[in-house]
Design a binder for this molecule. Sequence first.
Ligand SMILES: *Cc1c(COP(=O)(O)O)cnc(C)c1O
Length: 495
Amino acid sequence: MEILYNSTRTKGNPVKASEAILKGLSDDGGLFVPQQIPALDKSLEELSHMTYQEVAYEVMKLYLTDFTEEELKNCINKAYDSKFDTEVIAPMVEADGAYYLELFHGATIAFKDMALSILPHLLTTSAKKNDVKNEIVILTATSGDTGKAALAGFADVEGTRIIVFYPKNGVSPIQEKQMVTQKGDNTFVVGIHGNFDDAQTGVKNIFGDKELAAYMDEKGFQFSSANSINIGRLVPQIVYYVYAYVKLLEEEKITCGEKINVVVPTGNFGNILAAFYAKQMGIPIDKLICASNENKVLYDFFATGTYDRNREFVLTTSPSMDILISSNLERLIYRIAGNDPDRNRDFMEALKNNGSYTITEDMSKELADFYGNYASEEETAKAIRDLYENTGYVIDTHTAVAACVHKKYKAETGDDKVTVIASTASPYKFTGSVMEAISECDPETDAFELADKLCELSKVPLPNAVLEIKEAPVLHDHVCDKTEMKQTVMNFLGI
Ligand SMILES: *Cc1c(COP(=O)(O)O)cnc(C)c1O
């Protein structure tokens, strides 16, 4: 069955998967959504004996229906290879009554690698299929992890250039060092004076600039996005929820069809939306537990039906979730608005103009699968410390937000179903905050020194990703104002 993609903001003009991947965002500013969510066509039992790559094929083939089997398998095999430090790609660790699905075994030790190691291949394949001659310029705003994962994925990929904007004072020292040491002639990294939402808004404005697009085309360039709004990122993220379920089944931790809960530390709402899609495809997931940090717009949204970004932006120890506009939520709003682009557009316009919108009661009823809560900074640190003291297992700050919210959910509901917690980053990426939580360390100590100490405590060897950047020279030191992003892009392209 062929799956086409609609924009969340206008009726008609559906596009093929490869076109949606190439464009990233629809011309009207909407996000692409599959016209329907396909059901898995293999049984859970069959899937349970498959490798990660095989499961990836079974899931992705249902969405990327204009890719040939050979094209898709090629992309998958190039992505999920020895860049990951474990053959199982996404291992699970049982600790304190939950299964931590470790999504940080790729090149940049955060879950963004799960999708960004395959996106460049999906994109270049899509370009070939659509006879695109222009060079593709990937434009990305990052709260820290997407940037490096995208840079690593696209560095020296022929026919592409990549430009990453990050909030100059809003990422961890390791995250910044990872980005500014990025090699590759086609890479460009810029710190902006502003926060992540400023970076994301700036990028969205550049995407929406039709005049610029026409000028770029004249010069042989076109934009695409590596942000989690790209369907080429969302689809690969569904895979690991399917994989987690069938591996629990294979290891007889659950029986076939038994429902599990999933907890996801959430920022832009991409990762948890992927879990929701996995559920719609037939994976027996009961609750989708959405965990926020102190930027708790989503918690408030699930509690009240009002999405309100008019609030202070808090810099937390889980910076990849310091977000007030969760872009991917638009896909869910569109769905609960009855797949009606006009209704969805009204909400998004209200968000743009007033910073808030309120959904109807009917729409709220459609959100019964979701539960939202949040963790304060103190609770996050305590979750890291408690888990470490009880089990010896060390988690990062983002995962700790999820661990804390899981505890709150259980206390509130008494629901103790088997639970998978998406573990989104290695603790080595946020050594300052992690070490402060589990030891007497001063978080201002040099990040690499802290990494050595963390190694002693956690007994987990230092990942390559950290070793590599320790001595690496800084190759990018560009900083600009949030109003200068467009000019910065044009300068880099030499147009
Ligand atoms: C990006 C990120 C998140 C948030 O994921 P979304 O898909 O934006 O909700 C959580 N944790 C880490 C470590 C991340 O890098």
